[in-house]
Design a protein around this ligand. Sequence first.
Ligand SMILES: Cc1c2[nH]c(c1CCC(=O)O)Cc1[nH]c(c(CCC(=O)O)c1C)Cc1[nH]c(c(CCC(=O)O)c1C)Cc1[nH]c(c(C)c1CCC(=O)O)C2
Length: 348
Amino acid sequence: MQLKNDLLLRAARGEAVERTPVWLMRQAGRILPEYRAVRNRLSGFIELAQTPELAAEVTIQPVDILDVDAAIIFSDILVIPEAMGLPYEMVEKRGPRFPETVQTAEDIGRLRIADAESDLGYVLEAIRLVKRELNGRVPLIGFAGAPWTIFAYMVEGSGSKTFSKAKRMLYNQPTLAHALLDMITESTIGYLQAQVRAGADLVQVFDSWAGLLSPAQYATFALPYLGRICDALPEVPVTLFAKGAFFARTELAQLNCRTIGLDWTMDPVESRRLVGPDKTLQGNLDPCVLYGSFEEIRQQTRHMLKAFGPQRHIANLGHGVYPDIDPEKVKCFVDAVKEESTRLQGVA
Ligand SMILES: Cc1c2[nH]c(c1CCC(=O)O)Cc1[nH]c(c(CCC(=O)O)c1C)Cc1[nH]c(c(CCC(=O)O)c1C)Cc1[nH]c(c(C)c1CCC(=O)O)C2
C-alpha cells in the first residue's frame, strides 16, 4: 500500500521533505475526550488495549482530530512483561503495578521468552485493523519499551522516583540482571518484528528511565541491548528515545537506528554536533509549553524548528503530552509545526 503522506518515513530515512512532519508521544489516549468516551465503556485501560477494534479506533482518533503525520498503535510498553509471565495491573490515577516482581534466579526461571503471535496477537490484530482503516493516510508507528526500562518495572514492581530496587540489582547481581535483560531483549525483538510483519511502518523504542543510570551503567546494561534490537529490524526505520540520557547521545548514534529522540533538556544544535549528520533528530518541545497561550506555543515552536533546521527533523514534544493539556493547544502545536516549517523551507 502506497502511503499518501510519507513525510515521517522520508524524514527518518534522511530523504528531503517539503515540511517537517509532526506527531506527539502519547497522542493516543491521554488528552482526547473522544478517547475517554470509548474507554468508559470498558473496565479500564487493559481491556481497551486487548480489544483490537477499539484499540484501532483510539489509535486513529488523533489522526482525524489533531491531523498529525503518524498514528502510534494504542498499547503499552508493559505488555512485554505480561507476555513473559509477569502480569500487571493499571491502578486508576496511580499507574502500573506488578503483583509479583523479579528478585531471584528462580523468579527468572519462571519467566519465558514472549511469543508475539500467541501472547500478543491482540496488538498485532489491532495493527492490521489500523492499517486497513488508515488506508495509507499516514504511517503507523509500532513501539516497545527498552530493555532497561522494562527491567526497571519488572524488578521494582511499579513506577518510582529512584527505581532503587532495580538499580540495586545492577550493582549487586549483575549476572542475574544480564540474564533478565537478555530475555526481555529476545522478547522485544520478536514482538517488534511481528509488529512490522503486521504493518508497522516504523518503530520507536522508549527508554523512559534511561536518565536514572550513570553513563557507565548505561553502557553496560542498556546500549548493547538497544544495539541488538536495532540490528534485528533492518526493514524499518528505528527511533531510539532515551529520556534523560544526555550523556549517551554520541553512543546512541553509533547504533543501527535512523532517529534519535531528544527530551527538552537536550539542545538541538549541541545534539546535532554529538550525533553527527547521519541521523534524524526527533523532539523536543517542553510539554509544559502547551500550558501557555496560543501565541506562546507558536513562538516556542518556531524557535524549536529554527534550531533543528528544515531537514532530518521530526517535530514532537520532549516527552509524552500531559493528560491535562487542552486538545486545542495540541492542535495549535501541530498546526504551528506545519505552517512555520513550510515557511522556513522557503527561507533556508
Ligand atoms: C513508561 C511508559 C509506560 N507506557 C509507555 C511508556 C513510555 C513512554 C513514556 O515515558 O511516557 C508508553 C505508552 N503507553 C501508552 C502508549 C500509547 C500510544 C501513544 O499514545 O503514544 C504508549 C506509547 C498508552 C497508555 N498507557 C497508560 C495509559 C493511561 C491508561 C488509562 O487510560 O487509564 C495510556 C493511554 C498507562 C501507563 N503506562 C505506563 C504508565 C507509567 C502509565 C500510567 C500513567 C500514564 O497515563 O501514563 C508505562
